[in-house]
Every structure is written in structure tokens, then in C-alpha cells.
Ligand binder design. Sequence first.
Ligand code: GAP
Length: 514
Amino acid sequence: MAKITKLDDIVSLCKRRGFIFQSSEIYGGLASCYDYGPLGVELKNNVRKAWWKAVVQMRDDVVGLDCSILMHPLVWKASGHADQFADLIAECKKCNTRTRVDHLREKVAEQAPLENHPEDELVAAGDSLLTEQAEEHTEHISIDAALAKAQDLSNKVCPNCGTVGRFTEPMPFKLMFETQMGANVDDSMTLFLRPETAQGIFANFRNVLDTTRVKIPFGIAQIGKSFRNEVTTKAFIFRTREFEQAELEFFCEPGTDDHWYEHWKEARFNWYTDLGLKKENLRFRVHDADELAHYAKACVDVEYRFPFGSGDWQELEGVANRTDFDLRQHQRGMRTLNKWFENDRDLTKIELSGEAEDYQSGPLSYFDDEQKRRYIPYVIEPSAGIDRSALAFLVDAYDEEEVRGEKRNLLRFHPALAPIKVAVFPLVKKDGMPEIAQNIYNDLKKYFNCFYDQKGAVGRRYRRQDEAGTPFCLTVDGQTKQDNTVTVRERDSMEQVRVSTDQLLSHLREKLEV
Ligand code: GAP
């Protein structure tokens, strides 16, 4: 039997309570794709809103953007994705399963006791969710350099069939999904589903400069779907092929980049703890020099202690100093446009043009009014995953406790993230209580996401809301008719206070901080 772990509990709660479902479940499911149910969509919306509030709304130096998913193919040539966005994989000669080389695990000594190798215990138990290491893809690998690096796979285990050391030579596997645009043969072309939202921001840098009054330092933020044909997925919504990113490209003067890098590192770490993630489950992991993408000056991951994988700590978000790489690359891309038409719009036939000598005053440069000079700004990029953050918030909020001999499951969400803020109940379905409760519900739902429930014992209704993470439940009872008060029960402490109905809105607003 599979070992019961916290992630299993989360997966089962998500399904049972309508947070997250497998995509196309009625057809047997589509691997690595998920749908957010009624509670899940509220949670995800709240994660987005909280990110937008912190990164855009509360700042005077960040503006927002919403770009199309399909972009000109030259974008991906210039960014490096068309040629270098790949994982190194090897195929098991026995079962033909392909695995990322950096995900292959060494065979462990046979006599080692299982308890010293919790992951192997899971493998032995056949728990498909938890057998993989959940590391990120190798961003922008130089395929030639990666292939040239000696790989000893002789003691590596195939995660599918368990065979040791029978792999093909490593080969690159491209991660961008391709699609076709256009109905006519002569004007159709191959496009890519964007693998990150960042490039839409770089491609609109000039537009934002020309249409707003932004001055460096400033940022452009975007939340949207990205797609990667990941070789290894699993681990629920941690790594999927379709996911949502929240990215900020913060443009600054070269020389001030270290300051802004530190600024965003701290701001992003605090965002998670302000929304309730326990500090002890969060840490920074600084990338070693040999791990950095070739254009990055520095990169740090905000890691969360997820209840799966090797060593538990997994990337939640990356904060990178991308220097002036991307804007300079897109200036090269713009210079390549003629070749694109000359080569029948076939990306595989063209090389990116070189950089102009005076690239510092190119079309994507910035003119600094005060210093009277042009330069290509440096970029600090905090890049987060909305789905991955939602998973971290779910895992961190999940709790079980015993109350009067019974198990209580609850999600201790921060109020800003809770899908439902307030549930309203009549104690019983008679004596005018449902009518009063309905009136309160109708008033409050103008301000918060509320839920009305009159079915079953009130204790069970409380438990259902605890499991949905609802911070407050209001109950209309016999006393309500006499003194116009209702009970307000708080999820975490289960404490109840009586609040007058005319004070309810201000009471809840204060408690919910909304
Ligand atoms: N523009 C930089 C960039 O895309 P990344 O580290 O590849 O960097 C940023 O991705 C974040 O996007 C990750 O930290 C993670 O939260 C999320 N992410 C990336 N790939 C993902 C996937 N396959 N499934 C879910 N989230 C993913």
C-alpha cells in the first residue's frame, strides 16, 4: 500500500472538495493537465489578485500588461528558446521510457534499510506521485556543451521499469509546443505556444515607454498561461505542461542592478510569508556560477519545503538578474526580419543577425533625460508560478486535528486567499431563521465571496467550511430574533462571539483585512 503522505491528503482533499480535478477525467484524464473546480478557481484568482496587488497596485513604479500567447516566431529565435530551450534526456533500452538525465537516480545499495531511503520506500510502494525529483528544467542549455559533458548512466535506474544502466546516449528534447497558424498553405506558418510570459514584456518595452510616463527604474508585470512539453511532470500541479506564470521585468540603470536584485529578493520572499506561508518552510537557494544561464549575472530561487521529491525543498519562484541580454537580443531579432521573409518564414533556415556597433542607442534603448544619455537597461526578473504558489499555500494551510474525539481537517488559509470568506447558516430550517440568514447572506455577498448553507447538522456544516478554508461562519439562532445578534465562529480557534447584525460588516471587514 502506498505510504500516506501529506501530498496524498492534499490531492484527495482537492478532488473531494472541488479544488482541482484531472483534466478530461471522463475520458480517462490527460496527463499533467488539471482543471480548477469551484473552490480552486477562487483560490487561484485570489493568488493572482494578491500577486497583482503587491507587485502592481501597491507600487508606483510598476505597470501591467497582458500579451497574446502566440507571438512572432522571431521572438523565440531572439530569446534563445527556439535553439536552446531543451532538456537532456535518455531512453531506457528496456521499456523505451524517456527520462531527463538530471532526474535519473543512482541505484542504492541493496542491503540499505528502507527507512534510510524514504524515497525508495515510495518507489517500492508504487506511489507515482512521489517518485520523481522535482527539479526545474535546464534553462537555455547550450545543447552542444550539454552533449559534450560526459554522462555516466551506468548506475542510474529507470524510474519506469527499474532497469539499471541500460540507457541510450543523452539527447536534447525541445520543450516548446508547436502549432500552425493560417488556413492557406502559402501563408501558414509554424508558431510556438509561449514557454514563458517574459518575452511578451520585452517585445512591448518600446510600446510601454512610448505610451506611458514611466521612467527608469520601473517594471512591467504580467500574469498568464505558459506551456512547456515537460519530459517529467507528475507531483500534481507542481510541474505541468500548461501552467500560469506571474512575471515582473524590472528595468533599471546598469550599476543599480545589484540594489534592485536585493530589493526584489526580499520583497518576493516577504510576499509568501505575508500570505501565511510558514517561514521555516521557505528559504533562498543561490544558484552556483555554473548553474547560471549564460546571460544571468545572478539568480536565486525561493524554495518551499514541499512534501515530495528529493530533500523536499523545491523551487517556488526564481529571481534573476538578466542583465541587458533580452533587450539586446530583441534588437538583433529586429535586424533579422529581412532574412525571415527571404527564407520563406522558416526559422530553421536563419541565423540571428549580429549586434549593431551602436546597440546602446538601438530601438530598445532608453533615453535618460537627466543624464542625457542612452543605454540598454538591465533587468531584474522575479518569476513565480501561480499554480505552484497555489499548491504551496494549500500544503502549508492543510492541517488535521482531533476535536472531541473526532478528526477535523482544515485549511488555515490567509483570509486574502480563502475561496469563501464567510459562510452563513440558520441553526435550523424553521422559526424564521432561514429568512434572516438569507437576508444577511444577500447583504454580505456584495462585499465578500459568501456561501449559504442550511442542510444538515450545524456541526457538519462547520466541518465542511473548515475543510474549504472558510475563515468565518455566521449562525442565526433563536437569540437572533430577540437581540439581533448572530454567532460568528472563527475557523482556526473555533471560538464563537456574538455580533450584532448591524455591526457584522465592519466586524468582518476588520477581521478579514479587506
Ligand atoms: N522567465 C523565467 C522563467 O520562466 P522558470 O524558472 O523557468 O523561469 C519560473 O519559471 C516559475 O514558473 C517557476 O519558478 C515555477 O514556479 C513556474 N514554472 C515553471 N515551469 C513550470 C511547470 N512546468 N509547471 C508549473 N509551474 C512552472
